[in-house]
Ligand binder design. Structure first.
Ligand code: AVI
Length: 330
């Protein structure tokens, strides 16, 4: 894999669009340049999510082949009451990469949190989403926070210190390498306190044909999502990627237990950007995303290493997706 640690740089949540201020900055230029000039070139998956990329991801979630979204939703619909019985009422519900807050809001009537703390890199987007939600649920104290939780964080005092329940649906943890995922989970444990917990969705290892289809849909939406990253990078660093010269390439690597997503050069080509240039031969690839798939046992071990103990997990009839509730080990 591309960088020194053998993994792609960390992803952000699917809903996190880079703030305008970060666009075109020197740090962004330096980061993308490092990836393009690496022995195995890569671009961080966070650049998949500009405005169009976020819309394309929403479209992916509607695809027949992309089972995670609807499978997770069915698990919450079927076992939500069970989850609430296990977790109890009155927690501070901390929603990681909350976006439009819709998934958490569906659980409010069951979990009855006393406080709702949506985290997202885009504070402005959150403020709008929370405004409508507060009208619907006036009894819940809402404390939106604009922060990048993937970078390591400490919750401010405005977040109640007791019964912190982290909510991380969507299997977005899979876009981190296991090493990065462990660091993130440890950070959650540090913020959870003695009586905190975590409700998390993970995508499970399954037949590779199902996985390959989910990332190679017939309509080509995932291909468009992947290629759009080049449009975004063109804007960010003044690059001249010609999208017609690249094609989507995604496959399940069973040994690494992950989908790898790449862009492959259709022809020999060169790319120029502010202060840099790179040649690609036909068939050369740019690595754009990993999506790790876990067995329930492997993920429970990760949780344990981070200082959580799994209380219960819920899955669908095919065992394609799981939602786990884990408690902080005091
Ligand atoms: C956001 N994340 C969980 C998605 C996934 O399945 O890894 C992103 C995605 N990439 C291609 N399709 C969907």
């Amino acid at each position: 894999m591309p960088d020194a640690a053998g993994v792609l740089p960390q992803a952000q949540s699917a809903h996190e669009t880079l703030p305008e201020a970060a666009q075109g900055s020197a740090a962004v230029l330096a980061e993308i340049t490092t990836g393009l000039l690496a022995a195995r070139p890569y671009i961080s998956p966070k650049y998949l999510y500009d405005t169009l990329g976020s819309k394309l991801f929403e479209a992916i979630c509607e695809l027949d082949e992309y089972y995670p979204t609807r499978t997770e939703a069915a698990i919450f619909a079927r076992y939500g009451a069970d989850m609430a019985a296990c977790i109890g009422h009155g927690a501070s519900l901390i929603d990681l990469g909350a976006g439009n807050c819709a998934k958490a809001a569906q659980l409010f009537p069951l979990l009855r949190p006393q406080q709702y703390v949506p985290l997202d890199i885009s504070a402005e987007f959150l403020t709008q989403a929370v405004y409508g939600l507060q009208q619907r649920f006036p009894a819940i104290e809402m404390t939106p926070l604009g922060l990048d939780f993937s970078a390591g964080f400490s919750l401010p005092e405005s977040v109640s210190a007791s019964r912190r329940l982290f909510f991380y649906p969507g299997s977005s943890i899979g876009n981190f390498s296991p090493v990065q995922a462990l660091a993130l989970l440890r950070n959650l444990r540090a913020n959870a306190g003695e009586d905190g917990g975590l409700l998390i969705g993970i995508d499970l290892v399954k037949n590779s044909a199902v996985l390959d289809a989910a990332y190679n849909d017939a309509l080509g939406v995932t291909a468009a999502f992947n290629l759009n990253l080049l449009r975004h990078v063109n804007r960010l660093i003044g690059a001249d990627f010609d999208l017609a010269q690249w094609q989507h390439y995604a496959y399940f690597d069973a040994a690494a237990s992950r989908i790898e997503m790449h862009l492959e050069a259709r022809t020999a080509l060169s790319v120029q950007w502010q202060g840099g240039t790179q040649q690609f031969a036909r068939g050369d690839r740019l690595h754009t995303e990993d999506s790790y798939k876990y067995t329930p046992q492997a993920f429970q071990q990760l949780l344990q290493s981070a200082g959580f103990e799994t209380v219960q997990h819920w899955t669908d009839p095919d065992n394609w997706f799981a939602v786990l509730y884990a408690r902080a080990v005091p």
